[in-house]
Ligand binder design. Structure first.
Ligand code: 5GP
Length: 195
């Protein structure tokens, strides 16, 4: 997605060889016009998959997920990272390890929002090692729902996530794929280079 690549090139801050900061349009300040286009692109990619729910994780997944859900005309659910006081019973729980924070979080979703007949589209802002996406997939599968696909705004292709997700049998679509962050510079996967 060209618009997104340009945004990453112009505004992304390479914090290290492993971590990209995009707090001007996705992770802190959010760009609603860009998010609308991101939602449209996910809807186009997963058109025909008969998606009934979009599932993401708070907080940075919410903007792209709600825009995709709006385009697909289905509800969006976000998994919580902290146990809510009002969400005590009938919850689905999975452990997700964060490499960026070097800690495990329990993510939770209320059972009442996911049904066995659901076809779920999982959306997240970044794909690194696939922990968050695979945790969300396990949440959906706990109730017997089908994971119809995984949509990622920014994939870091040099980390293991995309491979792990494909090996697990899921379809993954990433709107931009970063091949390297070496030398303080963002390099996209060859087939997507901006000309
Ligand atoms: P994974 O679960 O795939 O290992 O990591 C994905 C999650 O970690 C995303 O939900 C995102 O919040 C965070 N993350 C991983 N790598 C990066 C990164 O380079 N930049 C930012 N901003 N977040 C990241």
């Amino acid at each position: 997605m060209k618009l997104l690549q340009e945004k990453v090139l112009n505004e992304g801050i390479v914090l290290s060889d492993q971590v990209l900061k995009v707090d001007s349009f996705l992770n802190h300040q959010m760009d609603p016009v860009l998010m609308k286009e991101v939602g449209k692109e996910f809807a186009r990619l997963f058109e025909g998959e008969k998606i009934t729910k979009v599932l993401t994780i708070e907080s940075s997944g919410i903007a792209p997920a709600i825009m995709a859900a709006l385009e697909l005309n289905v509800p969006m659910i976000f998994a919580r990272k902290q146990k809510s006081l009002t969400l005590r019973e009938n919850i689905l729980v999975e452990k997700v390890y964060s490499f960026t924070k070097q800690e495990s979080n329990e993510i939770t979703v209320s059972k009442k929002f996911l049904l066995p007949e659901d076809r779920v589209l999982i959306i997240d802002d970044f794909l690194a090692h696939g922990e968050a996406a695979l945790g969300l997939a396990r949440i959906a599968e706990q109730v017997g729902a089908q994971v119809a696909g995984i949509g990622i705004v920014i994939e870091k292709s040099f980390q293991s996530g995309a491979e792990r997700i494909k090996k697990a049998g899921y379809r993954v679509e990433s709107l931009v794929r970063v091949a390297s962050l070496e030398g303080g510079k963002v390099t996209f996967a060859a087939e997507e280079a901006v000309h």
